[in-house]
Design a protein around this ligand. Sequence first.
Ligand SMILES: *Cc1c(COP(=O)(O)O)cnc(C)c1O
Length: 381
Amino acid sequence: MKSLVINKEDLKHNIRTIKKIAEETGRQDNHKPITIIGVVKGNGYGLDLIKYARFLIDNGIDFLAVSTVEEALKLRENKVQAKILMLSSTSIKKDVKKLIENDIILSIGSKSALEIAEELGSELNKKVKAHIKIDTGFGRYGFDYNQKKELANMLQNTKNIEVEGTFSHFSLAFYEKNEYSELQFERFMDVIEYLKENKVATGILHICNSSGFLKFKNMRLNAVRIGSAFLGRISIPNTYGLKKIAYLKSDVAEIKVVPKDCYIGYSNSYKTKRETKIAVIPCGYADGFNVREQRDMFRKRDKLRYIVRDIKDSFKDKSLYIEILNNNKYEKCKIIGRIGMYHVVADITGKNIKIGDKVKFPVSPMFVDSSIRREYLSEEQ
Ligand SMILES: *Cc1c(COP(=O)(O)O)cnc(C)c1O
C-alpha cells in the first residue's frame, strides 16, 4: 500500500531553521520578533491540512493562513484553535459570513469586500478582524497601490472592522533578479506611510513568502508567510540547509526476468539490452511521481535559457532512479520504460530484491494524490 511518508525530524529541522533566521533578524535590527505565519493552503502543501496544521502548532507556529473558505472551515471543524488568516479577499457575502462566524481573519482587498465586512459586522454585532491586502503589482487580489487616498478614506469611515494587519504579495520573489520585488516593496511602503500619516491603523505588516523572506532581510517587516520553505522546496538556491521532508512509499509487487530485446512499457520506448530482472512497482504519475512544478517562463530570454538547458541535459543521463530497501539498505534502481499512470518498472538485475520490499519515490508532496495516506514518522520504520 502506498503512503506519503513525512519525516517529522526533518520537518522540525526546517521549522527550527526558519525560526532561527527570523529571530536573527530581530536581534540585528533591534526589531520586534517577527511573526511566522504558516501557510497551509493546498491540503497543507500536500501534507494533509489537519495533520500539518497540528504539527505546526505543536512546533510553535500558532498563526496559520489558508487560501479558501473550505480550508478555513475544515480547520475549525477539526478544532484547530490557532489564529487563521484567509489570504484571499472575497466579496461573496455568504462566504464572508461563514468566515466571520468561525473567527477567521479576513483579507480585505476591495471596496466591495470592505462594504460586505462592514455590513456583516453590524448584522452580527461583531468587530470583524481583517488584514488589508494591497496589490503592488501582482494583479490579483488587493487594493491598487496607487489608490491609497481612496483606501485611507474608506478605512477612516469603517466602524465594524478592526485592521490587524496590512500586506501584499510578491509575484517574482523566486527570480534571480530582485528589481521587481524591490519595486513592489517600495509601492507597499508608500501606501503604509500614507495610511500612517493619515492616522489609519495598519496593524502588522507583511509582504514576504518563503523566497522573499530568505532573500530580503530588509523586507521582513513584522511577519512573514511561510509555505514551501517548511517543506525544503524553495525555488532559490538552498543555502540554508533546509531538508526535503517527504517521500512516496510503495512496495515491489512483482518480479520477473525478461530476455534481451524486450520492450518495456507503453509506446515501446525502451528495449532491454540484455537479459534483465525487473521489479514492477505500483506507483505512477497519477500518484504524483515525476509531476513537476510549472516552469515560469515570463520572458523570451528565459524561454531560450530553458531550451538551452534542456539540450544540455539531453546529453546527460537523465534517467530516473528510485530507492528500494534491500537488506536494511536502500539501493538505487533505474526506472526503465515510460512511467505509467499507476506503475513503474525498475531494473534490478543482479540485486537481491524481493517482493514486498519497500520503495522510496522522490516527490513533491503537493502533487501526491490526496487519497493517499499521509504518515508522519519519527525515523525509518
Ligand atoms: C502561497 C502563499 C504564500 C506562501 O508562499 P511560499 O512561497 O510557499 O512560501 C504566501 N502568501 C500568499 C498570499 C500565498 O498565496
